[in-house]
Design a protein around this ligand. Structure first.
Ligand SMILES: [Zn+2]
Length: 277
């Protein structure tokens, strides 16, 4: 099953009185990038003590909870970090640090993005306030409540005997192939999304859906639900503009595919493991 490495994380919305101490982790985002320090070669969040030396202005600060007993905060800030610290995009963090730290940083960025884009009520225009108990914004005028937005999507490896279907998105680098994916529409079940997306993107019907696991994918707020599905009929017809190419591949003749740190790469890896078992 897809590895879950966030077991040591305890989510909370309200910071206990003693949470903001020198050793607390600060996930500081400035101009869309996370500020980190290098510890044994790996990008690592900075501490509250580190941040003290920065000439930065805090725009937002949110308590996230505790990771291995250490308090974690998400900060949006303006200005420059001190010498010796770097800024890194979330995508570049993936695979270079512990998975749990990547997901925590993704959580921090999503909370900040959501908070920054819900300063005013979408219904009546009043300034929003933070909810007393929940991770939510409320409108004091019309009582609208906004929670951080998640966009569920399916990601599926279609199999046919010892072959797998991989497709190349029109926007990807040449030679890069992956599994099919698409967002859940309002009113759909996950299973309906899967059948619809596979048919829209490559014109195939599938059966025997098997759920494998999920991955939070903070670009900007996806929740990927990963499946294997068996081919049930049809000929490949690529969706115009979206899919540049789709083909059946055997595992000894695979094109370039995503790394195992992405659920797409992991779904492919799982098929290979099963095949070689
Ligand atoms: Zn309102």
């Amino acid at each position: 099953m897809w590895p879950h490495e966030l077991d040591e994380f305890e989510s909370a919305h309200i910071a206990p009185a003693d949470a903001d101490h020198g050793e607390a982790w600060y996930f500081v985002f400035a101009r869309g990038e996370l500020i980190v320090k290098s510890v044994a070669g790996a990008p690592t969040p900075i501490t509250a003590d580190d941040f003290r030396w920065f000439d930065m202005e805090v725009e937002q600060k949110h308590f996230l909870g505790h990771y291995e007993g250490r308090s974690c905060f998400a900060l949006a800030a303006k200005g420059k970090p001190a010498e010796g610290f770097q800024s890194i995009g979330l995508r570049n963090l993936l695979g270079r640090t512990k998975a749990s730290l990547f997901y925590l940083a993704g959580r921090a960025q999503q909370v900040i993005d959501w908070s920054q884009s819900h300063q005013f009520c979408g219904r009546c225009g009043e300034r929003m306030q933070h909810h007393q108990q929940d991770r939510a914004m409320t409108c004091p005028s019309c009582r609208l409540i906004s929670y951080p937005r998640l966009s569920p999507s399916i990601i599926v490896l279609v199999t046919r005997g010892d072959e797998i279907l991989l497709a190349r998105n029109a926007n990807w680098p040449q030679g890069m192939y992956s599994t099919l994916a698409g967002f859940v529409e309002a009113g759909e079940s996950i299973e309906q999304t899967l059948h619809r997306e596979v048919f829209e993107e490559v014109g195939l019907r599938v059966k025997n859906l098997k759920y494998f696991g999920s991955q939070s994918w903070p670009f900007p707020n996806s929740l990927m639900l990963g499946f294997h599905a068996e081919y049930d009929g049809g000929d490949i017809v690529c969706q115009a503009e979206e899919i540049a190419d789709a083909q059946w591949f055997t595992i000894d003749n695979l094109p370039q595919t995503p790394p195992k740190t992405a659920i797409s790469g992991w779904l492919i890896h799982e098929f290979i493991e099963q095949h070689n078992a």
